[in-house]
Design a protein around this ligand. Structure first.
Ligand code: AMP
Length: 142
């Protein structure tokens, strides 16, 4: 794949839970091209009728399916299923097999955070972010 084929504003989001749906709506409203994937099609109900992107039902651990979704052209891949192992596995597939450069994975287990940063995968941990934000709010009040 020629690097010119990669579309910076093409976002693939894996997992249409509350976070995934929120991200999909936000990026779509910002004018990005969004594809959101979930293995359960009911999950797409969270998007509402104004969602301007594409929904794809399927298992993101299936490499052929990710290929069909056009992952090799994605400028950004975000993995936010409810399973750390799946998020990391799909992030690694995106990096190693499809050569995606901008990858963000949600991890509930903050202990694994630093390991994946070394692989070039950015991770976010909701508990760490929440603790930081609560701390900030409380400090602000003083
Ligand atoms: P939440 O529990 O709100 O974080 O939502 C996580 C979403 O990830 C759910 O809608 C799941 O159906 C979805 N999900 C979990 N595993 C996979 C998978 N292997 N492929 C695609 N979607 C998945």
């Amino acid at each position: 794949m020629n690097k010119n084929d990669i579309k910076k504003n093409f976002y693939i989001i894996i997992g249409c839970g509350n976070l995934g749906a929120n991200l999909a709506l936000t990026f779509s409203e910002q004018g990005e091209d969004v594809v959101i994937i979930d293995k359960n099609k009911e999950a797409f109900n969270k998007l509402g009728s104004n969602f301007g992107g594409l929904t794809l039902e399927g298992d993101a651990t299936n490499i052929a399916f990710l290929g069909t979704a056009g992952i090799e052209k994605a400028g950004v891949v975000i993995t936010v299923t409810n399973n750390d192992n799946i998020n990391i596995m799909v992030a690694q597939i995106a990096k190693e097999m499809f050569n995606n450069k901008r990858i963000v994975a949600r991890l509930y287990d903050s202990d694994r955070d630093s390991v994946y940063k070394e692989f070039g995968i950015d991770t976010i941990c909701p508990e760490v972010l929440s603790a930081r934000e609560i701390n900030r709010l409380l400090k602000q009040e003083k």
